[in-house]
Design a protein around this ligand. Structure first.
Ligand SMILES: [Zn+2]
Length: 115
């Protein structure tokens, strides 16, 4: 399962950050994942929950925010939510549409606590 290695890499990055910024305790890791990133949020959550046992991140919760897809009209540059499933631009009617974003996978922020 690919999410196990993603979770392990994520934890290494967070621990390196914890070390570098001398953070005492991280209560939450907030991630942004797009639907086109190839990562299944549920599987990642499960992998993380099983890997964190016994590590410095044992009490750290993983919070996953799903990013949205945006469609851009190449004719008038109007941006709209891809979930609306338009095949034409709602503003100018052009069919030259491009889907943007959705492949993001990054740590949005860490919630830290002083002990
Ligand atoms: Zn348009």
């Amino acid at each position: 399962m690919h999410e196990i290695s993603v979770a392990a890499a994520l934890m290494r990055r967070v621990l390196a950050e914890k070390e570098a910024r001398k953070l005492e305790r991280i209560s939450q890791i907030v991630l942004q994942i797009g639907p086109m990133s190839g990562i299944m949020p549920d599987a990642l959550q499960f992998a993380y929950d099983s890997l964190r046992e016994g590590t410095q991140l044992e009490g750290t919760e993983l919070v996953i925010h799903s990013a949205e897809l945006t469609t851009c009209c190449r004719h008038c540059l109007h941006l709209f939510d891809s979930r609306l499933m338009h095949t034409r631009c709602p503003r100018c009617g052009s069919e030259e549409l491009q889907i943007m974003g959705g492949d993001e996978f990054f740590i949005q922020y860490l919630v830290t606590e002083k002990v």
